[in-house]
Design a protein around this ligand. Structure first.
Ligand code: SF4
Ligand code: SF4
Length: 740
C-alpha cells in the first residue's frame, strides 16, 4: 500500500449521529497520510478534493467512510487508486436502533461505526490493485455458432453485422435446420400465411464475407476458454482448426419420439395418424383432405412424457389447419385441445382460424381409434358441453408433439463426483458436493474437467436459469440460444439469437480486456493458487460452479482465468486456504473479523457477525436502512462475493475472537435457486455441516451459528430475523472465549 487517505462524509445524517473526530483519530492511528471530512463527499466539490489528492499528493489507497458501496460507485471511482467503501450510512446511522437500556445509546452506534472503519482500513491494507488477466497468447474475438437453423444463422448474421468474424457449423448437409421442411409460416400480427422466407436468411449468411460456413460438420473438440478457445471441426474427412472467443450453442430441437406416446393416440396403428413434424416433412398442407383432426398436447404437459409446454404446437396446428382450409375450403378441420395457447398477437390468428371454419373442441383426454373400415375416430368428452363427442370418418389425425432440446440426448456422463485420491481425504470426506447433470451429447466436446457439454438445468435444457440473467450458461463465454434454451417459435428465435450474439460480443470484449463477465462484470481480479501447498484434494475443481478449473495428471488445479466468474467459491472450498484474489482473500476477511474490539462479558454487549452475500443479502440489509427500519447495533456485517466463498476458518476465527454468534445470509438454493453463482449458497450450507465439528472442538453451542436465505425482497424480514437471533444468543449466554 502506498499513500493512504481517509475521507469521512458528515452529510446524510452521519455528522449528527457520529463522533467524526473519533473516526478521524482512528484513521490517523492506521497511518493515514490524509484525513478529511466533508459535508457532502459525493458533491462535485467533495469528489474534486479526492481527485486532487490522487493527482497532486500521490494518494493511491482511499477509504471513503460514507454511504453504501452499492451507490455512487461511479462517483467514487478513482482508479487506478484502490478504494474501500465503509458503509456508515445505510448500515449504521440509518439502520441501528438506540438501545433504551443503555445510558448512552450513541455509544453503541459509534462503536459500530468505528469497527466498520477499522475493518475497512485493514481490508484496504491487504489489497493490491487488481491487474486483470491478459495472457501472453493470441486472443480471438471470433464467434463460433454451432447450429445452422434459424437461430444459429440469425446469431451468426447479427454478430457479423456488428463486425465480428463468425464460424458457423451445421451438422446436416444444408443450412436451415427444421425450418427447411416448412413451406408456409404465419405472420404476427396476423396478416396471413406467407411463404417461408428461410431462403433469404440462408442467402444472407452464405454471402456474408465475415461468416465461414461448414456443413455436414461437427465440433470434435473445444479446449481453452473464452477468447482462447481452440476448436476442431470435422467436415467431410477434413479437420479445420479455429481459435474463437465465444460460442453460441444453437443445435435446435428434435420432436418428441411419437413411438413413446400413450396408446390413446394410436400412433403407429394407422399411417393416417401423423405428427405435426411429419405433416410438414410430407407437405400434407398441399394435399386435399376432407376430415382432419388435430390433437394438441400429444405427450406434452404430461409428467410421464414431456412435462413442459413446448409453446409452439398450438400455433403450428393453427397454421396447418388454416393451410388445409386454404387447400380445401370444404374440409372439416377440428382442433381438439386441453388449453389452446395463443399468447399476445397470436390471438388474432386463432380468431382467423375460427373465421375460416376451423372447429375447436376442448377435451382433456381425447382418444384416437381406428375403425374396422380403416377410417379414424376421435372420441372424448367436450369440456364445455359436458357431453361425449365423436369425430368420425377422419382421413387424417395430426398429433401435436412437443420439442426436445438436442442437448437432452446422449449419455449421462457425470452423475457422481470423481474419486478423490486417498491422500487428499483428510478434510474433504463427508462433504457431498452437488453434481451437475452433464450429457455427452457431442455438440461442443469440451475438454473440461467437469464434463464435455453444458450442464442441464431441467429436462435437458442447459440454460443456467439465472433468475436475473437470461442466456447465461454454467460455462463462461458459451451461450445457449433458441430451442435448446427453451421451446420457442421462430419469431422468438430471431430475438433469442440476437440476444445470444450480444452476450457473446460482451464476453469477448470484456475478456479481451482482462475483465470478468457477468455477474461480476468488469472485475479485474482472478484466483491465484499457491500450488506448493496443494494437497490435490480436488475440492476446488469439483466445486467451481463454472467448470473453470482443469487438473494436471497429479490432480493439481489448473486455473483458466478467462473462464472464471470471480465468485470465490474455490477460495471457500480450499481446506488449505491457498486460493486468493488480489483484492479478496482468506487472510483479508480473517483480519477484518479480528480487527474489531469485542466488549468484555460484564459489559453485556454481545457481538454477532453477519456474513452477507453481496448479491441479494447485502442490498437487502441496505434496504432496511433506506426504509429506516432498525436492527441491533451489536451486529457487524461483512459482505462476501457469494456465500460459497465463505471459508470455514472464518467461523473459527470469529468464535475464537469472542463473537457470540455468526449468521450467514445467502441466496435461496435448490432447484428454483436464486444464487447468482449457481451453487454458492448450497455449498455454504453443505460446509456448515462441518461446523458442528468445529463447535464441539471449541465446546460451543450449535445455536451460535445460523444460515438464513435472504432474497433482495426480504428486507422487511431482516429486523425480526436479527432480533430473534439476538434473543437466542441472550438465552445461550456469552461466548466463553470472550475474555480469553
Ligand atoms: S470457483 Fe469461482 S472464482 Fe474459483 S475458479 Fe471457479 S469461477 Fe473462478
Ligand atoms: S487448491 Fe486447495 S481445494 Fe484445490 S486441490 Fe489444492 S488444496 Fe484442494
Amino acid at each position: 500500500m502506498g499513500k493512504l487517505a481517509v475521507y469521512i462524509c458528515s452529510g446524510c445524517g452521519l455528522g449528527d449521529s457520529l463522533n467524526i473526530e473519533a473516526l478521524q483519530k482512528i484513521s490517523k492511528k492506521y497511518k493515514a497520510a490524509v484525513v478529511q471530512t466533508h459535508a457532502q463527499l459525493c458533491s462535485s466539490e467533495g469528489v474534486e478534493l479526492i481527485k486532487c489528492d490522487v493527482k497532486d499528493n500521490g494518494v493511491d489507497s482511499i477509504v471513503i467512510a460514507a454511504c453504501s458501496p452499492r451507490v455512487m460507485y461511479d462517483v467514487f471511482d478513482f482508479s487506478p487508486a484502490v478504494v474501500e467503501r465503509v458503509n456508515l450510512r445505510e448500515q449504521v446511522v440509518w439502520s441501528v436502533a438506540p438501545n433504551a437500556e443503555l445510558d448512552d445509546p450513541k455509544e453503541d452506534i459509534q462503536m459500530m461505526a468505528e469497527d466498520y472503519l477499522k475493518m475497512g482500513l485493514v481490508r484496504l491494507g491487504k489489497m493490491k490493485p487488481a491487474t486483470g488477466y491478459l495472457p501472453d497468447l493470441e486472443m480471438s474475438k471470433d464467434i463460433l455458432v454451432v447450429g445452422g437453423g434459424v437461430t444459429g444463422m440469425t446469431a451468426a448474421l447479427e454478430a457479423s453485422k456488428a463486425g465480428y468474424n463468425v464460424v458457423l457449423v451445421e451438422k446436416e448437409k444444408k443450412l436451415g435446420g427444421f425450418q427447411k421442411n416448412v413451406r408456409k409460416k404465419a405472420t404476427f400480427p396476423y396478416k396471413g400465411i406467407i411463404d417461408n422466407d428461410l431462403p433469404k436468411l440462408i442467402q444472407d449468411v452464405t454471402s456474408s464475407g465475415r461468416i465461414t460456413v461448414y456443413t455436414g460438420a461437427t465440433v470434435t473438440s473445444t479446449t481453452g476458454g473464452p477468447c482462447l478457445f481452440d476448436v476442431e471441426i470435422a467436415e467431410g474427412g477434413k479437420t479445420h482448426a479455429h481459435k474463437v472467443g465465444a460460442i453460441v450453442e444453437a443445435p435446435g430441437w428434435a420432436p418428441y419420439d411419437p413411438e413413446k406416446l400413450p396408446e390413446q393416440f394410436s400412433y403407429g396403428k394407422s399411417d393416417k395418424v401423423v405428427t405435426n413434424v411429419q405433416f410438414e416433412e410430407r407437405g400434407l398442407g398441399r394435399q386435399k383432405f376432407d376430415n382432419v383432426a388435430f390433437i394438441q398436447c400429444a405427450g406434452s404437459r404430461d409428467p410421464e412424457h414431456l412435462p413442459y409446454c413446448s409453446t409452439v404446437c398450438c400455433l403450428a396446428s393453427l397454421k396447418q389447419a388454416v393451410e388445409l382450409k386454404e387447400t380445401n375450403p370444404d374440409a372439416n378441420v377440428f382442433v381438439v385441445f386441453k388449453e389452446l395457447r395463443t399468447p399476445g398477437q397470436a390471438e388474432d390468428f386463432y380468431r382467423h382460424a375460427q373465421e375460416q371454419g376451423v372447429i375447436f373442441i376442448r377435451s382433456q383426454a381425447p382418444n384416437v381409434r381406428k375403425t374396422w373400415g380403416g377410417s379414424l375416430v376421435v372420441e372424448g368428452v367436450d369440456d364445455l358441453l359436458g357431453e361425449e363427442v365423436m369425430i368420425e370418418n377422419l382421413d387424417l389425425v395430426v398429433l401435436a408433439t412437443g420439442m426436445v432440446p438436442m442437448t437432452a440426448f446422449g449419455e449421462d456422463v457425470k452423475a457422481k463426483p470423481p474419486e478423490q485420491p486417498a491422500a487428499a481425504k483428510k478434510d474433504s470426506d463427508a462433504l457431498p458436493v452437488p453434481v451437475d447433470v452433464i450429457r455427452a451429447s457431442g455438440i461442443l466436446n469440451l475438454q473440461y474437467r467437469q464434463g464435455p457439454e453444458l450442464p442441464d438445468f431441467k429436462y435437458g435444457f442447459p440454460d443456467s436459469h439465472f433468475v436475473c440473467f437470461p442466456y447465461e450458461s454454467r460455462r463462461t463465454g458459451i451461450y445457449p440460444s433458441g430451442c435448446v434454451r427453451r421451446p420457442m417459435a421462430t419469431a422468438a428465435a430471431y430475438e433469442d439469437a440476437a440476444g445470444a450474439a450480444m452476450k457473446a460480443i460482451q464476453a469477448v470484449e470484456a475478456i479481451s480486456q482482462g475483465k470478468a463477465v457477468h455477474p461480476r462484470a468488469g472485475d479485474l481480479s482472478f484466483p491465484e493458487i499457491n500450488l506448493q501447498r496443494c494437497t490435490q484434494c480436488k475440492r476446488c475443481t469439483d466445486e467451481c460452479p463454472f467448470g473453470a478449473l482443469n487438473e494436471d495428471e497429479k490432480g493439481n488445479p489448473l486455473t483458466q482465468p478467462t473462464r472464471c466468474r470471480r465468485c470465490g467459491v474455490c477460495m471457500g472450498a480450499c481446506p488449505e486456504r491457498i486460493i486468493s484474489f488480489q483484492n479478496y482473500s482468506v487472510d483479508m476477511i480473517g483480519s477484518m473479523i479480528k480487527e474489531i474490539d469485542i466488549p468484555e462479558e460484564d459489559e453485556e454487549k454481545p457481538r454477532v457477525l453477519i456474513f452477507a452475500c453481496e448479491n441479494d443479502a447485502y442490498p437487502a440489509l441496505d434496504m432496511v436502512g433506506l426504509k429506516r427500519q432498525k436492527y441491533s447495533a451489536y451486529v457487524r456485517i461483512i459482505s462476501l462475493r457469494c456465500l460459497g466463498s465463505l471459508n470455514l476458518v472464518w467461523i473459527a476465527d470469529a468464535l475464537s475472537k469472542g463473537y457470540d454468534g455468526v449468521m450467514l445470509f445467502g441466496c435461496r438454493h435448490g432447484d428454483d435457486y436464486q444464487c447468482h453463482f449457481i451453487r454458492g449458497s448450497e455449498l455454504a450450507n453443505i460446509r456448515m455441516s462441518k461446523i458442528s465439528e468445529t463447535l464441539t472442538r471449541l465446546s460451543l453451542e450449535s445455536e451460535r451459528i445460523r444460515v438464513e436465505e435472504i432474497s433482495i425482497t426480504d428486507w422487511e424480514r431482516i429486523p425480526a430475523i436479527i432480533a430473534e437471533f439476538m434473543q437466542t444468543i441472550d438465552d445461550v449466554g456469552p461466548n466463553p472465549f470472550k475474555d480469553l
